[in-house]
Design a protein around this ligand. Structure first.
Ligand code: M6R
Length: 612
């Protein structure tokens, strides 16, 4: 979604802003802009539709924007089409304030109407512009910009991360947050603000996360933060541990490819601190045995790929724990009168920790008395902070819009948690526990083996890139895995694909299978291999071409049946999707590459979805 970066210091602001925006490009955007303020020239703004390079070209062709205080924005359109005028920053009618905004101002129409009656002329179709116009209007009654900001915030409904520049206060930036992330960066004689640490990590690792209701005033001398009642707040500082190189491509053609290849290492980071001497340990969790015993059901709540993690998790957790597990789409959860109560363990899964639907579901579940455990990648993110307990995946920054290493690490972590909980409750089968933990040790190495040769995926990409539609089929864990394979393909290659529980085909979908239809058949789940084989035969006999994914020990069963068979190393069934997902990621990657798609930034998609 939209990205924000702000700077105040002694250096020219524009290069700092553009570099920060470059690091935010991965979030997905359709236009970009910057604003600076200086004593001599007041507010100066440039913005346009398109990629950051278009903005750079525009800036290069004009006299430089001079100023050491400024803000930048990448916009992902919600209200008003992507065009130059709707791009941020938005400036008030008489040029007194410029703002950038992430989120949605829900009562913007009402505020706009009010201001129109006061004679204010609007330029854009956005909800965001009302903030700039309302601020300028409030300056009539409040000479202190902070008074005006509080007066405006009082009237806003919805979600916002706002950063504001005032023409008559060229020494400072003001920021406000509600339901959209903002973090403050502390430098030496300079201060930063951003929607995401990647934008400022090259300058400072010393950060603090803004909370809902807080307002910050940034000057080069430092940052003051106030709560919603304007009382000063002492912020807790955090150090960003990961290196800037983790957010760079490092010689790989795409972030997605880099992140696929990083999965073995990411899994080590997830697994090793929690697996000691063959025993699972979650020292980071404040959950007592009594609390664990109190849960009579589990909800797995998430969106997109994180939801697919939940789909795999349901099979594993129900097997380990013999407790009912419900997987819920976060966007549906709060509108479905969920039966959550104090006996419910609600596990919210999110890479970014900022997905608005997941956050809203978390709050709904918390309000109903559920215990919230978050599985999150981004340290200090909103979901991590609002949960009762958090498990970090430690996968490092994930930049490509299509998630890969976050999915893998979430999957491993959820399986480990389920098994650990089963052991604590005395429900774990001893042999199973030993087998899974032994395989967890081996998992990163086995995944390295899967990723060692990408030739077959490259070849399949060249064979199948021009198809119109692909079906993924599988049973049980393979069905859950197919959902992720299909989403990966759709989001980066724009190729239509469907994922089905293989047993469902005969209930309708098989009518779509005709000579030449491509079917990716997942057949890694040993317990149901014969049924998987029957389903492959079923589609083959209707003329489908089948790419089958199976394990080394099951490959013999598929001999002469599929068009192509890929065999991956065997592991414990509960962990098999962790190895099975990599071929599906690579398959999607090479198809998208052949189709000439913008792999890291697929059209219409954003990395972190902070609108409902
Ligand atoms: O950051 P989250 O895990 O909460 O994001 C959820 C989905 O938006 C995300 O998984 C999305 O589906 C990805 N683009 C999938 O690759």
């Amino acid at each position: 979604m939209c990205g924000i970066v702000g700077y105040t210091g002694n250096a020219p602001a524009v290069p700092v802003l553009l570099e920060g925006l470059e690091h935010l490009e991965y979030r997905g955007y359709d236009s970009a802009g910057v604003a600076v303020v200086s004593r001599d020239k007041g507010l100066q703004i440039q913005k346009c539709k398109g990629r950051l390079r278009t903005l750079r070209e525009k800036l290069d062709s004009l006299p430089p924007l001079e100023g050491t205080v400024g803000l930048g924005h990448t916009r992902w359109a919600t209200h008003g089409e992507p065009n130059d005028v709707n791009s941020h920053p938005h400036v008030s009618q008489n040029g007194r304030v410029a703002i950038v905004h992430n989120g949605i101002i829900e009562n913007y129409a009402e505020i706009k109407q009010f201001l129109l009656h006061k004679g204010v002329a609007f330029r854009s179709d956005t909800d965001s512009e009302v903030v700039a116009q309302l601020l300028e209007y409030c300056f009539n009654d409040h000479s202190d910009p902070l008074d005006a900001v509080y007066a405006v915030l009082d009237r806003l409904e919805g979600a916002y991360a706002l950063v504001i520049l005032c023409a008559d206060r060229p020494d400072m930036l003001i920021a406000a947050r509600k339901d959209a992330p903002l973090l403050l960066g502390y430098g030496d004689g300079e201060s930063f603000i951003a929607s995401d640490a990647t934008a400022i990590i090259a300058h400072t690792r010393d950060v603090a996360y803004m909370e809902d209701g807080e307002v910050a005033v940034l000057t080069r001398a430092g940052i003051q933060v106030f709560d919603q009642y304007r009382r000063p707040v002492e912020k807790e500082h955090h150090t960003i541990e990961w290196d800037v190189s983790a957010a760079e491509k490092g010689g790989y053609p795409h972030f997605m490819f880099k992140e696929i290849m990083e999965q073995p290492e990411a899994l080590r980071q997830t697994i090793s601190p929690r697996l000691k001497g063959g025993e699972l340990c979650f020292d980071e969790l404040p959950l007592t045995d009594e609390k664990l015993r109190s849960f009579d059901r589990i909800y797995l709540v998430a969106c997109g790929s994180s939801y697919h993690v939940g789909m795999v998790g349901k099979y594993n957790l129900e097997r380990f724990l013999r407790l009912p597990v419900e997987v819920c789409l976060a966007s549906e959860f709060r509108y479905s009168a969920p039966l959550v109560d104090e006996r419910s363990l609600v596990i919210v899964i999110s890479q970014s920790g900022e997905t608005l639907d997941s956050m809203a579901a978390l709050r709904e579940a918390k309000g109903l008395g559920g215990y919230i455990l978050a599985i999150v990648n981004v340290v200090g993110s909103s979901i991590a902070r609002e949960a009762d307990a958090v498990l970090y995946t430690w996968a490092g920054p994930e930049i490509a819009v299509a998630t890969t290493k976050a999915y893998s690490t979430q999957l491993a972590l959820l399986t480990m948690f389920g098994l650990w909980m089963a052991k604590r409750l005395g429900r774990a089968d001893g042999a199973d526990y030993a087998a899974v933990t032994a395989e967890l040790e081996l998992l990163p190495g086995k995944l390295e083996k899967v990723l060692a040769d990408t030739g077959i995926y490259q070849y399949l990409g060249s064979q199948y890139f021009s198809r119109d539609c692909v079906f993924f089929i599988g049973r049980n864990l393979d069905y859950a895995l197919g959902l992720e394979g299909s989403l990966k393909l759709k989001e980066i290659s724009y190729l239509h694909s469907e994922s089905y529980a293989a047993g469902e085909l005969k209930h309708g979908t098989i009518s779509l299978i005709e000579p030449g239809t491509l079917v990716v058949a997942l057949a890694t789940y040993g317990a149901l291999i014969d049924k998987a084989v029957s389903n492959i035969v079923e589609v083959r006999s209707r003329g489908a071409e089948v790419v089958a994914l199976t394990t080394e020990s099951l490959a013999g069963k598929l001999e002469g049946i599929a068009t192509y068979t890929i065999a991956i190393p065997d592991t414990h069934p509960a962990l098999q999707p962790n190895l099975g997902v990599a071929p599906l990621q690579l398959f999607a990657y090479y198809i998208a590459l052949q189709r000439g798609c913008d792999i890291d930034k697929p059209k219409n998609l954003a990395k972190s979805v902070t609108v409902e």
